[in-house]
Design a protein around this ligand. Structure first.
Ligand SMILES: Cc1ncc(COP(=O)(O)O)c(C=O)c1O
Length: 484
């Protein structure tokens, strides 16, 4: 038989896309059977998407602003006179008023304690595009970035796939609340050296996805010293800057290098990735930003931005919206207030069944500790538990392994992409599941008290197990316990 010619590229046919993890698998499970309170009440609830949505985000404020400022849209009667100019605009520097407004917004979301130069703002297609551009600018194929774990699952695609760059994990553990230490950094750096891997930079996410925690000033200073000592770059992904909903406040890497006069560092090594996907809740607009203190990186990234520009229509609207300081102020304050409230509801709801979460003060998610539900502390058991949660409890949360967490049993739970009614449904499902499972594990550990308790999972009327007699939910998949 004649050998078939390879019609497609290695990139197209290979597995380098990084999407073969439980993180992306969970999205598919949701897409195949999405929950709807009336049309599909037994469907999968999406809690695997870090989205700042609906009533959680101050979207009512955005809608009001749009209604009161029709000229900001070039497709309205009031704004149509700008249509032609915007439809023709294609300068990859971007609209000056857009860069100015974004720089100001970045300052506001960092407590107005730093300043950003609009001429250093480079556009990209979301933070996703920004990461790839930065990887292209700083590293060659085969080179690597250190990344503290657990880290955002998309990095395996965004930084590695098309660039050929590698990511080297820096192991952080629950024993110190996953805090990044100098020791962990040194150890990962030395190990990479032993393996002949050239480290070109350190990528941090601050506030962290998936932890929801922020880095303190001391840690940030340690990082700046570390990268200077090793002569490598520091990329700070700060796309959750405005999701910090209670004290302590967020410290940007920009604040450290602007204000710490004792710190010796080379500005050319520092870069910030930002986007409006989380802080404003506009992931569909694909507004990503590369802010580099290095002129060469700014120049190269700007040229590369041709591959992922933000449309001029979007720039025009964003420029107008973010120039309204009164709106921005109200939005940022209200959004944080609503996130704090939702965080509290979830933490309290989970603590009712003894489930703890890592204490956090930012992000759109909780880092939930389900180690008590693992029969053995292994990643196989974590995957088994995840499969039950997604296919039978029907909640898409993401297992720690998809974030490269070094300890099994942690799960990321996104809570900002649903309305209050769905929050109740999801909490009820989780609590019921945890109660039944704890009972099973206890019974296994203590056979005398077992009394022939047999647990299995099936779809069954939630009415049998309802925590609240007033709940409006009628049917849901949950864990079913039977005695025999
Ligand atoms: C830490 C982090 N960086 C980057 C991204 C990608 O964001 P964008 O939608 O702006 O591409 C995400 C999305 O979840 C994220 O959590």
């Amino acid at each position: 038989m004649m050998e078939q010619p390879q019609l497609l590229s290695k990139i197209a046919t290979g597995n380098g896309h990084g999407e073969n993890s439980a993180y992306f698998e969970g999205w598919k499970a949701y897409e195949n059977d999405p929950f709807h309170p009336t049309n599909n009440p037994n469907g999968v609830i999406q809690m695997g998407l870090a989205e700042n949505q609906a009533c959680i985000l101050a979207s009512d404020l955005v809608e009001n602003w749009i209604t009161s400022n029709p000229e900001a849209s070039i497709c309205s009667l009031e704004g149509v006179n700008q249509f032609k100019a915007m439809a023709n605009f294609q300068d990859y520097h971007g609209l000056p008023q857009f860069r100015q407004a974004v720089a100001k917004f970045m300052e506001r979301t960092r407590g107005n304690r730093v300043s950003f130069d609009p001429d250093r703002i480079v556009m990209s297609g979301g933070a996703t595009g920004a990461h790839e551009v930065i990887a292209f600018c700083l590293a060659d194929p085969g080179d690597a970035f250190l990344v503290p774990t657990p880290y955002y699952a998309g990095f395996d695609r965004d930084l590695k796939w098309r660039t050929g760059v590698q990511l080297v994990p820096v192991i952080c553990k629950s024993s110190n609340n996953f805090k990044l230490t100098k020791k962990a950094l040194e150890s990962a750096f030395d190990k990479a050296k032993e393996d002949n891997i050239k480290i070109k930079g350190l990528l941090i996410t601050n506030p962290s996805n998936p932890l929801g925690t922020i880095m303190d000033k001391e840690t940030l200073k340690v990082l700046v010293s570390f990268i200077n000592e090793k002569q490598i770059h520091l990329i700070s992904d700060e796309i959750y800057a405005a999701t910090v909903f209670c004290h302590p406040s967020f410290t940007s890497i920009a604040e450290i290098i602007e204000h710490d006069t004792n710190l010796e560092y080379n500005r050319n090594l520092i870069h910030i990735v930002y986007s409006l996907s989380k802080d404003l809740g506009f992931p569909g607009f694909r507004v990503g930003i590369i802010y580099s203190y290095n002129d060469e990186v700014v120049n190269c990234a700007r040229k590369m931005s041709s591959f992922g520009l933000v449309s001029s229509q979007t720039q025009y609207l964003i420029a107008s919206m973010l120039s309204d300081e009164e709106f921005v102020e109200k939005f940022v304050v209200e959004s944080a207030k609503r996130l704090a409230k939702r965080y509290g509801i979830f933490c309290r709801g989970l603590s009712q069944v003894g489930i703890k979460c890592l204490q956090s003060n930012a992000g759109l998610f909780l880092w939930m500790d389900l180690r008590c539900l693992l029969k053995k502390q292994t990643f196989e058991e974590e995957m088994k538990l995840w499969k039950v949660i997604i296919h039978q409890v029907k909640i898409n949360i993401s297992p720690g392994c998809s974030f490269h967490c070094c300890e099994p049993g942690w799960f990321r739970v996104c809570y900002a992409n649903m309305d209050d009614r769905d929050v109740e449904v999801s909490l009820t499902r989780i609590r019921t599941f945890v109660r039944r499972n704890k009972a099973e594990i206890l019974a296994e550990k203590n056979p005398c008290s077992r009394r022939n308790l047999r647990l299995n999972f099936s779809l069954r009327s939630l009415d049998d197990f309802l925590v609240s007699p007033h709940s409006s939910i009628t049917h849901s998949p949950i864990v079913k316990a039977t005695t025999c």
